[in-house]
Ligand binder design. Sequence first.
Ligand code: ACO
Length: 328
Amino acid sequence: MSQVSILGTGSCLPERVVPNSYFESIVETSDEWIVARTGIQERRMVLPGQAMSDLATPAAARALEMAGVAASELDLIVVGTSTADMLSPSCACIVQHNLGAKGAVAFDVNAACPGFIFGLSVAMRFLADGTYGRALVVGGEIVSQRIDYQDRATCVLFGDGAGAVVLGPRENPSQGQILSTHLHSDGDLWELLYVPGGGSRIPPSHEMVDKRLGVVKMQGQEVFKHAVRALSEAALEALEHNGLTSGQVDCFIPHQANLRIMEAVAKRLDIPLDKVMKTVHKYGNTSAATIPVALDEAVREGRVKRGDLVLCNSFGAGFTWGSALFRF
Ligand code: ACO
């Protein structure tokens, strides 16, 4: 098996900024409560008419530019999302069309929040066994269209965004490498976090909309407890698998769902907070986009440099969770 490097990163956030004060006007909440319980101050949301590929495509283009790879050189496009432009075809095929990446194989991975880590894991294996040479992995979500704006416990949490990486074979020792990815699922717990309507069980209908079934339903406290445990275990699994310790991590990029979850996980891992990358205060929980967006910002701000050891983890609906450890 060959080693695989991250050649470039990119991201794209919608321009529309939605501060906590917006929710004060539609549900019984306050900026103080949202900041204290989640760490979120504002989030970005798309405008009507904007679709997942409208964020995924610029994020991908930026990652290709940093990597110095032309879209025509891509062999594989994987988009981790559960909010694709349409039920069919995949968002990855629309991104392929937008980029002009003719000849690439394109498909989506629906693994909720860890969709990017699941997509990274799939793409990495295709490159490691030599099937493909250059891959684009996107994590993106437009959660603002799946939110119940009457449910104060969920509507304040989410935002929209997309991030991307370009992968290629590690060609010299100065390049980093993906050390390992670790994926998990527990379908027994699906009812703790789900969107009931819009699929084949409750197809789209006026009744589905009237009963507010096409939106996120969540038992927040239960999700919180499972998330802290699973995120910590997945991160430790990655470190132990590679014979490394948390003290060797240069940058920890946890799933950006809630600052309290992130801090609890960092504490369990004994990683100081100044090594924890945070975007949740300005973007909220962008689901599959949180890791690649935070990674791109860390790289462009110089917080993550070539050779740095980066640890990522994520947790979401399914339940699904996982981790990735790499030298950038
Ligand atoms: N404003 C004001 N009060 C609120 C709000 C709000 N926006 N939301 C809930 N409350 C109230 C509740 O109604 C409850 O009131 P009550 O005591 O009168 O019944 C009180 O606050 C406490 O509710 P809890 O659910 O116990 O609040 P908690 O501190 O657990 O915070 C939260 C809720 C933020 C949802 C938290 O449980 C959480 O973040 N869970 C993880 C959810 C998550 O991130 N899911 C995303 C997908 S999975 C993932 O990405 C990890």
